[in-house]
Design a protein around this ligand. Structure first.
Ligand SMILES: [Ca+2]
Ligand SMILES: [Ca+2]
Ligand SMILES: [Ca+2]
Ligand SMILES: [Ca+2]
Length: 215
């Protein structure tokens, strides 16, 4: 069955402290610059029971000739706080435009190396799906910095996500988006992080995995 992507109205903006999360327009460049404002969130999620969907708003198109030629040679992803201690992250869902076979990776941060740092590298890739068929690049409804912005959308199979993370539909979690010069972590250095530089300041409000109810 060919499942459709969420419509623009279905995507849920990522919230923190009662407002949508958005990132500075001037702290990074090109397709690694996450952009937005208070009316145009920089990050979105959705879950239809088959896939967990992710969307970030970028200053320029991420299309390019990295890896197999789909994306530029960078990473884009979201780290997840699933043990509800926001000073570390447990999982990273990463779009890898660098590898020869471009992929969307579910990575586990098994060693909490540097506290409160999205740049702490995830140690283990537990599963991956091809970028092809599981991503979209769409012109966004904004043009920050005088250039058309783009959404990078990606998705990961929900049953596989639950299997490896051992989360259930009702599990609460937090997320924090970013871009990277590698495929194992997110960082302001060489990349961009969404709304803040550290985990405590950057994680969204808690929400339930399937029902996407922000508490
Ligand atoms: Ca930015
Ligand atoms: Ca732009
Ligand atoms: Ca944590
Ligand atoms: Ca680590």
């Amino acid at each position: 069955m060919l499942l459709s992507w969420p419509s623009d109205l279905q995507w849920l903006p990522v919230y923190r402290g009662g407002i949508v999360q958005y990132d500075s327009l001037t702290d990074a460049n090109g397709s690694r610059n996450i952009v937005g404002d208070s009316a145009n969130s920089s990050g979105y999620i959705f879950n239809d029971g088959s896939y967990f969907y992710f969307r970030i708003r970028l200053d320029d198109s991420p299309a390019g000739r990295g890896g197999q030629g789909l994306l530029q040679s960078f990473g884009w992803g979201m780290v997840l706080d699933t043990n509800l201690n926001a000073i570390n992250y447990e999982w990273l869902v990463m779009v890898d435009g660098i590898a020869k076979d471009e992929a969307i990776l579910l990575e586990q941060n098994t060693i909490q190396g540097s506290v409160n740092d999205p740049g702490d590298k995830a140690e283990i890739t537990v599963y991956s799906v091809p970028v092809s068929g599981n991503y979209r690049i769409l012109a966004a409804d904004t043009s920050f910095n005088g250039s058309q912005d783009y959404f990078l959308d990606w998705r990961f199979p929900y049953d596989i996500f639950k299997f490896y993370t051992q989360l259930s539909d009702n599990s609460p979690l937090r997320i924090f988006g970013g871009a990277s010069s590698n495929a194992q972590s997110l960082s302001e250095s060489g990349g961009d992080t969404l709304g803040a530089s550290d985990l405590l300041s950057g994680f969204s409000r808690k929400f339930e995995l399937f029902f996407l109810i922000f508490s």
